[in-house]
Design a protein around this ligand. Structure first.
Ligand code: AHR
Ligand code: AHR
Length: 510
């Protein structure tokens, strides 16, 4: 009879890829209360002109997630943003209608005081110790405006824009390395949307002008997953005359456009059915990303741009744009996305969760307070513990089937365990990540390691909560969290029991 004991076999001698730490990136946009009322607190509540001050305690909490890159200013907002409105003395910055988001009414932010501009963004980036990534205004702006912005950020103070920057208090160029050209240009909902070939032409014009100001930029071009447009990527890749370093893909599941179906599914299947679909959803993200990888391969073979999944998250209700109520279930989804990105590490070189605060937020802030949602903790765990080299791991375990949930298709075989193993560059540290998607049962598993002799203490970090629907809140933001402790190698090998509905990182040292 077949042996059905679950097992995890790591082979540290087989390197399957290199993980780019930029997959643990974030995104902030002037939308709803992401910036104003989120990252920034109003010192005179109710007064749109603030003064707005950075929430220093939130920045400290964000730092623990080790954010590797932060994208700004949008999103859809970017294609209506004039960067010149966001520089110079605060009292001379214009108060304008938020050109994109005002269309959805008061909740997504109608007025824009421009108090968080280039200097404030760079101050935020510096405090976080992260890498900046700016999306220019492609939809309603011009190539020349975009190239002036590059000069303002990266030019020496002998250039026209660099001199202006120095006049406003910053002599040294910031050397922002990553620049996005457009956002979701395939969608009728974006400002200035185009056909793929028109996009490719205009992209080339922008890239060409921007490069004249700084030839070392890494460019991100608009891509599309096949859910929105099946031919976009190939058309853009075939027709763009300037280099594309990264192709941007956005994936939200089950999808805000699928809200009625999600609500209906919840009524029919209850929270247990929804749980299964959501913890299986990373496999749908992986499937969609693979389609984009194939698009790139069909044009460039082994070469060609990498993928930037520069917006991703769960999203199905409008309320989630204001103050999401992420549960342990949703944290397990985030861990699953990280595993999918590890598997796709050859092609996916950046990912940015949407968004850092309030809007589908990793953290939620209101008044003078903020809290860390459940989906904050996967970042703390994975961004700190993932090592550079992805090594071979084979898993044998049971599976379940999951129902359709909006844009997440039904799946027949979803393994209960999802594993990823990474090895440090010097070979001295091995991290094994194990998600147990089983909502009811612990899974006792054989764990075997080839090509690595663990010695001494083993660090265990377990992301869990009393149950899958546990939700953090103000003053209670460690209900879903990480418990860390040490065990002796002999207590972890050859068998370890992974708790129901949890994600565990096991860190072995040599
Ligand atoms: O993250 C919220 C919005 O979702 C972004 O502005 C847009 O790019 C996407 O559709
Ligand atoms: O070191 C990574 C994480 O940081 C640990 O898992 C957690 O306990 C800490 O906050």
């Amino acid at each position: 009879m077949q042996d059905l004991t679950p097992s995890i076999e790591i082979d540290a001698g087989i390197i399957e890829g290199e993980i780019d730490e930029r997959i643990y990136g974030h995104f902030v946009e002037n939308m709803a209360r992401s910036l104003y009322g989120g990252i920034l607190e109003n010192e005179k509540p109710g007064r749109i002109n603030g003064p707005w001050k950075l929430r220093e305690d939130l920045v400290l909490a964000a730092k623990k997630m080790k954010p590797t890159v932060v994208r700004w200013p949008g999103g859809l907002y970017a294609d209506g943003y004039n960067w010149r409105d966001g520089i110079g003395p605060m009292d001379s910055r214009p108060l304008r209608i938020n050109r994109y988001w005002s269309r959805y009414g008061p909740f997504t932010r109608v007025l824009d005081p421009h108090h968080f501009g280039s200097h404030e963004y760079m101050e935020f980036v510096d405090k976080l110790g992260t890498c900046p990534y700016i999306n220019v205004n492609f939809g309603t702006g011009t190539a020349s405006e975009a190239s002036c912005w590059v000069e303002y950020m990266n030019g020496s103070k002998d250039t026209i824009e660099g001199a202006r920057r120095a006049e406003y208090g910053r002599e040294e160029p910031w050397n922002v390395p990553i620049w996005g050209i457009g956002n979701e240009m395939y969608g009728f909902w974006s400002l200035g949307n185009l056909k793929a070939r028109e996009y490719a032409d205009k992209y080339s014009e922008f890239a060409c002008e921007m490069m004249q100001k700084d030839e070392n930029l890494e460019f991100v071009a608009v891509g599309s997953d096949h859910y929105f447009n099946k031919t976009w990527n190939k058309d853009v890749l075939l027709h763009a005359k300037e280099k594309i370093d990264l192709l941007s893909i956005h994936i939200y599941l089950p999808g805000s456009e699928r809200a009625p179906e999600v609500i209906a599914s919840r009524l029919i299947r209850g929270s247990a059915g929804i749980y299964k679909a959501i913890v299986a959803a990373p496999l749908e993200i992986e499937r969609r990303l693979k389609e984009c990888v194939e698009d790139i391969g069909s044009v460039f073979g082994e070469e060609g741009p990498a993928i930037a999944l520069d917006e991703w998250n769960l999203w199905w209700l409008p309320q989630q744009l204001l103050a999401p109520r992420w549960s342990l279930r949703d944290a397990l989804f985030v861990c699953g996305v990280f595993h999918a990105l590890h598997r796709l590490s050859k092609r996916v070189k950046m990912a940015n969760i949407a968004q850092m605060v309030n809007v589908l937020g990793v953290m939620v802030a209101a008044g003078g307070r903020f809290y860390r949602t459940s989906i904050y903790y996967p970042f703390v765990m994975y961004a700190n513990l993932t090592e550079k080299k992805r090594v071979r791991v084979d898993v044998r375990c049971g599976s379940f089937s999951s129902p359709r949930l909006g844009g997440v298709p039904p799946m027949k075989i979803v393994p209960y365990l999802d594993c990823s193993a990474t090895l440090s560059e010097d070979g001295g540290s091995l991290s094994l990540f194990v998600i147990n998607r089983n909502a009811e049962e612990d899974i006792e598993t054989e764990v075997g390691i080839k090509g690595f002799e663990p010695r001494g203490d083993v660090g265990i970090h377990c992301l869990d909560a009393p149950d899958v629907d546990s939700v953090n809140y103000f003053g209670r933001d460690e209900l879903v969290s990480i418990k860390s402790f040490n065990l002796d190698a002999g207590e972890v090998l050859p068998k370890y029991r992974f708790p129901a509905h949890s994600a565990t990182a096991i860190v072995f040292q040599k």
